[in-house]
Every structure is written in structure tokens, then in C-alpha cells.
Ligand binder design. Structure first.
Ligand SMILES: Cc1cc2nc3c(=O)[nH]c(=O)nc-3n(C[C@H](O)[C@H](O)[C@H](O)COP(=O)(O)OP(=O)(O)OC[C@H]3O[C@@H](n4cnc5c(N)ncnc54)[C@H](O)[C@@H]3O)c2cc1C
Length: 402
């Protein structure tokens, strides 16, 4: 008998899993998405970078699934006529004291098999990016940019064509997890599934609680804000220019990205959001904020990161401080080049009860329910490989390619 599988969340991860299941022809697939469109949250508010796998701990899920996900994303874009531009990326050590950290990035990138990676000096840096400043860099020529929202739409089309359903405006408000079936309540009625896969991003811990899973990790929302370069000054950047990331922090640092439609963004920073879907300082949820403050891991996180937190919050509120961070790499940048704040995004960062921020992708299984508990960057790049992993390891199905 055909198994009924429900997917909570129409972001790129949920849709990639739905698509992989629907394409097998062996499942009746239903995606439940609370918003009126797919890709409404993280998937539609990110940097659009197809990462090549430079940073990740060799052997981690991030390292393995990013490499495979990049290939699958490129193939899908080629097949569907969606833009995929290999603009290339520089990770730049601005000062000599950053060189040892750049060495570590290079070591990881080589261990992860990043294609055609090169260590380069100042001259070659300036050939690739004439306005960049720094003492050394690694160059990843195959790092690309795409439109992840368009990719998610294409995946949703495949789900529908294969007989699956994508129910928009359908918020999951309760789950009764059981064997052999799980009942999922929405305002429009109850759905019954043999298997349920939860890919709810910023809400994933709330659904995990409904299912009876551990409350840890909790989701800590971190907003990333961008500025756009005024169009004539977009020429300052040809591809992507990144700093050497601070290994104590799970984010990559403010960088320059030429997007797939040729707009150049500076960002994202990382400030605590005051609501799970808090896209600006004016979006405040007392429930979310007090919940974070009361979390057992809050004092440990605060002790470890308060300095970095203050720096990021100040740069969010005061443009000259943000500008100063960006100018370190591109000294020709002028304050007036940062035209306007672009759309921000909010990252769903999993946070353990001991205060640590989870680095790798994390999946839990509770009875017939599979829960994506941590799917931060590069999960958009990795989505189709995450789908293969979930099908193989949790649903007992080898994924079909293509
Ligand atoms: C600022 C920023 C920059 C990033 N840059 C990159 C990048 O360049 N490259 C990269 O690979 N990754 C990047 N990422 C990470 C990437 O965007 C995410 O890892 C990826 O989009 C996660 O996809 P998802 O489907 O898990 O989550 P989401 O896209 O957030 O989707 C979750 C969905 O679940 C739905 N949902 C939640 N609760 C319910 C409910 N109760 N009922 C029904 N539906 C529900 C939501 O509405 C949402 O649509 C970035 C993220 C941010 C925020």
C-alpha cells in the first residue's frame, strides 16, 4: 500500500525531501506550509551562495552533504534553466595575524575536496578582485550564486507533477505522534500520515515539543542584515569576498556577494532577533525573547559571546560601524556606497541546554516522526543531499537522482 508522508515546512529542505519522495512514485506526499508561498523564511532571505565546502569539519554531515548538494543543485538549475553563476569566492586574510586561521580554512577545504582551490597572494587577489585588500587569500572558483526561492518553486512543481500536494496557508498547530499513524492538526482539519518529516526551520523546536521530542536544542533566532551597494559602485566587487571567519562563532562574518541578478550585497551580520521571524528591531515577541532568556544555556552563551554580541548590535544600529567592518576588505568603499538596507534574513540556530551552538546538521527520530533539528547554512546548498540522507537513513528509501 502507498505510504502517506507529511512534510511540515515548504522551505528548500522540506521541499527537497518532498520532491525526492514524490519522484520515487511510492509515496503519497503532502507538504504543509503555513505561509501563502514556499520559501517564505530562511530559504527566501539568504545570500544565495552555493557553497563549495571550504569551512566544514572534514567528515561532518555539513562537509559531506554540501559537496554532494552543490552537484545536485547545479544539475537541477541546468535542467530547469535556472540561473547558476560560478562567480568564485575569495576568503581573505586582511592582516598577517589572520594567516594561521586562513591556513586552517585551506587545510579543511583541501580535506573536503573543494574543486580547483588555490592559495594566492596579493597580486593574484587584485587580478581577481581589483579593489580587495589583504595579505593572502584562498580562491574557490566554483563557488556559485543562485536564486534559492526559484529553486524551491521548481521543486514544488516537481512534487505536484509527481502527484504530491503542496498545501499553502496550512499551519500545523498540533501533532499526535503515534504508531502506526501520526495525526497532524491544522485549522482546516486533521491529516493522518504513516510518516511525518518536520523541516520547520525557525519553528522546528516548537513542533519537536508537540511531537514529544527533547526540548533541546532550542532555536535561537539570529538576524542577518544586508546593505546593498548603489548600482554604479557594484563594480567594486566581481564575485564574493569573505573574511576569515572567527572559529568561535558559527557565522561567516560580513562579506560581499554579487547576487545572481547582479545586485551586490554587503552582509549578513549576526544579531539576536527578538522574535523567531523578527526581520527588524521592531519585531518583538515576548514569548520568544523571554523563552530564550530563560533557557538553561543562556548564561553560558552570554558569558562566551557578549563581546561579539555587543559589537554586532552596535554595527546594526550605527551604519558607520557596519561600514568600517566592510571597508577592511575593500578600502575604496565609501559610506555613501551603502545605499539602503536590503531584506534581512533570520537564521534558525540550534542551541543546546548547555549553552553551546550546534555546528553540524542534526536530525532526530521519534517513532514515525523525523525531525530536522539544525539545518543552518549551508543547508540551502545541501538540501538535495540532505534529502538523500533523510530518505536513506531515516525513511529506509534510496533516493532517486534528478
Ligand atoms: C541571512 C542568511 C544567509 C544565509 N546564506 C546562505 C547561503 O548563502 N547559502 C546556503 O546554503 N545557506 C544559507 N543560509 C541558510 C539557509 O537559508 C537555510 O539553511 C535553509 O534555507 C534552511 O531551509 P529550511 O527549509 O530548513 O528552512 P526555512 O526556509 O526556514 O523553511 C521552514 C518552513 O517551515 C514553515 N513552518 C514553520 N512552522 C510551521 C508550521 N507550524 N506549520 C507549517 N509550516 C511551518 C515556515 O513557514 C517555513 O517556510 C542562510 C540563512 C540566512 C538566514
Amino acid at each position: 500500500m502507498t505510504q502517506r508522508v507529511g512534510i511540515v515546512g515548504g522551505g528548500i529542505v522540506g521541499m527537497a525531501i518532498a520532491r525526492a519522495l514524490a519522484l520515487t512514485g511510492a509515496f503519497d506526499v503532502v507538504v504543509l506550509e503555513k505561509e501563502r508561498r514556499v520559501a517564505a523564511h530562511q530559504t527566501g532571505h539568504n545570500s544565495g551562495v552555493v557553497h563549495a565546502g571550504l569551512y566544514y569539519q572534514p567528515g561532518s554531515l555539513k562537509a559531506l552533504l554540501c559537496a554532494r548538494g552543490r552537484e545536485l543543485t547545479r544539475e537541477l538549475c541546468q535542467d530547469r534553466g535556472l540561473p547558476y553563476r560560478e562567480l568564485g569566492k575569495l576568503v581573505v586574510a586582511v592582516t598577517p595575524d589572520e594567516v594561521p586561521r586562513l591556513d586552517e580554512i585551506e587545510r579543511r577545504a583541501r580535506a573536503n575536496g573543494v574543486p580547483d582551490l588555490a592559495r594566492i597572494g596579493h597580486e593574484r587577489m587584485r587580478e581577481l578582485e581589483p579593489h580587495v585588500a589583504g595579505v593572502a587569500a584562498v580562491h574557490s572558483p566554483h563557488t556559485a550564486v543562485v536564486d534559492f526561492a526559484a529553486i524551491t518553486e521548481a521543486m514544488a512543481d516537481d512534487v505536484r507533477r509527481a502527484g504530491g500536494r503542496v498545501l499553502l496557508g496550512t499551519e500545523v498547530i498540533g501533532v499526535r505522534a503515534g504508531e502506526p499513524t501520526t495525526a497532524v492538526a491544522t485549522a482546516g482539519g486533521t491529516h493522518t500520515f504513516d510518516r511525518l518529516v518536520v523541516c520547520a526551520g525557525l519553528q522546528s523546536d516548537l513542533i519537536a515539543r508537540m511531537v514529544g521530542a527533547s526540548p533541546s536544542p532550542r532555536i535561537l533566532p539570529f538576524r542577518g542584515e544586508y546593505w546593498t551597494l548603489v548600482p554604479p559602485r557594484a563594480e567594486l566587487v566581481r564575485g564574493m569576498i569573505y573574511p576569515v571567519p572567527d572559529p568561535r562563532f558559527p557565522f561567516l562574518g560580513v562579506h560581499f556577494t554579487r547576487g545572481v541578478y547582479d545586485d551586490v550585497h554587503v552582509g549578513p551580520n549576526a544579531v539576536p532577533a527578538l522574535a523567531r521571524e523578527g526581520y527588524g528591531w521592531g519585531n518583538v515577541s515576548l514569548r520568544d525573547t523571554l523563552g530564550s532568556l530563560a533557557w538553561p544555556g543562556a548564561p553560558a552563551l552570554f558569558r562566551k559571546h557578549w563581546r561579539m554580541g555587543l559589537r554586532e548590535i552596535s554595527a546594526s544600529l550605527l551604519k558607520p560601524l557596519y561600514y568600517r567592518q566592510a571597508r577592511e576588505f575593500v578600502p575604496a568603499l565609501r559610506p555613501s556606497d551603502l545605499a539602503a538596507k536590503a531584506d534581512s534574513g533570520v537564521r534558525a540556530q540550534a542551541w543546546s541546554a548547555d549553552g553551546s551552538l550546534l555546528d553540524d546538521f542534526a536530525v532526530d527520530q521519534v517513532g514515525s516522526v523525523t525531525l530536522l533539528r539544525n539545518a543552518p547554512s549551508p543547508a540551502a546548498t545541501s538540501s538535495m543531499a540532505i534529502a538523500e540522507h533523510v530518505l536513506r537513513e531515516y525513511l529506509g528509501v534510496p533516493a532517486r537522482e534528478g
